[in-house]
Ligand binder design. Structure first.
Ligand code: DGY
Length: 320
């Protein structure tokens, strides 16, 4: 009997896939530097039984429409805004993501980005490497304190809570905004629920951890930046789509807010000449929130588990 075909839009480590090779045939897009061209993906989706895809692959209605044999789309990410869920649902295709395994790693990166932005670490690193350090001086590359300041976490999901735990360690006052209040989190983490407006007013660090949906699209816009403190630092580790980037650029250039640390952008990869990358008060990273070797390996494993379950007629561990 023909083995089910699993199409993977990047090279899956063979030490992870080999345990499944008796049961399934893997076909991978092998180029790491370029995403699989849409036509190539469409062709393979017409015959594949399972798809393992990345956050950078747009799996839209039209692709799903032709995927006659597809039973599961396993996204190597916790966010799944790159997949048309309605189209998958209407064709009975299960969609899975990779929650939990990446929570702590993503929060580590979020906090690292917050610290790097507040304390101007990248500027300082460039300064010393470019031979500009002539003498010690009291305000040389002086940044903002993080400890005992107020952090405003927008989105109190798993990663939001993990950010709050880190903030506790820095003695921070923690306010949050979420679609609904989370009283268990309030008790456990000592966080205070506030309106979005109050959060923007009060926070020294505004951290976006919200998923990208119709409701959150462009929620960080000129109105939101105007409500923040002039000394506020904005951190985004969720999705670029929640930010109006033109408004953010204006806010950073005109001193409406102090700085931004961004792991995600509207268009990824962001182009080298993008105005955001020309600003000294921006720390920019190439969407590496969950990029530790351990966590990426666990994300692959979870995708494989989900694929195997669905192709064996069982329930996947992490359906969306
Ligand atoms: C996610 O899991 O959604 C991350 O953004 C991908 O690293």
């Amino acid at each position: 009997m023909k083995k089910p075909l699993v199409y993977v839009t990047r090279n899956i480590p063979t030490e992870l896939s080999k345990a499944y090779e008796e049961k399934f045939t893997f076909f991978c897009w092998e180029e790491e530097e370029t995403p699989v061209p849409r036509e190539e993906l469409r062709k393979h989706l017409q015959i594949a039984d399972a798809l393992i895809c990345m956050v950078s692959d747009s799996i839209d209605k039209l692709l799903i429409k032709d995927a006659d044999h597809l039973k599961i789309i396993a996204n190597l990410a916790v966010g799944y805004d790159n997949i048309c869920i309605e189209a998958a649902k209407s064709r009975g295709i299960i969609v899975t993501n990779t929650p939990d395994v990446l929570t702590e790693t993503t929060a580590d990166l979020g906090f690292a980005l917050l610290l790097a932005t507040a304390r101007r670490l990248i500027e300082a690193n460039n300064f010393i490497r470019q031979g500009e350090w002539k003498e010690w001086s009291p305000y040389l590359l002086a940044g903002a304190d993080v400890h005992h300041k107020t952090i405003g976490i927008v989105g109190m999901g798993r990663i939001g809570k993990a950010m709050a735990r880190r903030a506790q360690g820095f003695g921070m006052n923690i306010v949050y905004h979420n679609r609904s209040r989370d009283e268990a989190a309030e008790k456990e983490l000592g966080v205070t629920y506030v309106s979005f407006h109050d959060l923007l007013n009060q926070a020294d660090f505004v951290v976006s951890v919200v998923p990208f949906t119709h409701e959150t699209k462009d929620m960080f816009n000129s109105h939101a930046f105007q409500m923040m403190k002039e000394t506020a630092v904005f951190i985004n580790i969720s999705r670029g789509g929640v930010v109006n980037e033109a408004d953010l650029i204006h806010a950073l250039q005109s001193g409406v807010i102090q700085a931004a640390g961004l792991d995600v952008f509207k268009e990824e990869p962001i182009q080298k000449n993008h105005p955001l990358l020309q600003l000294p008060n921006v720390v920019a990273l190439p969407h590496i929130g969950s990029a530790s070797v351990e966590t990426r390996t666990n994300m692959w494993k979870l995708c494989l588990d989900n694929v195997a379950a669905v192709l064996n007629g069982e329930s996947p561990k992490t359906p969306v």
